[in-house]
Design a protein around this ligand. Sequence first.
Ligand code: PGA
Length: 248
Amino acid sequence: MIWHKQWIFGNWKMNGNQADNAALLQGLRSVSHDNAHIGIATPFPYLSQAVQVLADSPIWVGSQDCSQFAEKGAYTGEVSATMLKDCGANFVLIGHSERRTYFNEQNQILRKKIDNALANDLIPILCVGETLEQRQSGQEMAVVAEQLAVLQGLSVNHIAVAYEPVWAIGTGVVANAEQIAAMHAFIHKEILSIMGENVTIRTLYGGSVNANNAADILSIDKVNGALVGGASLKADAFSAIIANAQTE
Ligand code: PGA
């Protein structure tokens, strides 16, 4: 059922503290929408807090990254997919553009993370998207195709991808409806050709989604949800976005 709803997921990034989180999570507990499957990606230290507060809610809790290393051991600072599962996570963001930019994460490492997530029964949400420079030079499809190539040979029936143009993240600039529609159609086509016609796909749009633009964005063909950064940090703003989830 979740694979046929719009996914409205929040990405807290490196924000939060126990007191603010408690208020935000309490606010989210009562939020629901028939058309929406809701999730939040918290920083690692707050994952258990979110799992606890949302224990009897259908809202998914996940993390923003996981280690490329599958086995426990001497990897200082790393958090494994196994640990995330153990703490109650349902999903993990993979290859967010901030990870790609600041930590130079590329397909080889990202594939290990996807494999580790799947091996631990976590849903990976692969994030893709081009920079402004790449779009201005007409390379956006080629860049996203190369990022999606990480899925080659993966044996799953369901896949979730977030399209987040780097130039739209945290900038207040949203890609226009034509740009979003064209890229989401392209991503669907690419995934079907890589993974076969039977795969079920969720493609979320991300980048400056807020309560005012959510309705327009979520009504675009092949937009199966939204990945929300800044506007997911306030329960009322995030609920207002969720309220715009559409039937598909
Ligand atoms: P934003 O971030 O909504 O603050 O632009 C989105 C994201 O990076 O996931």
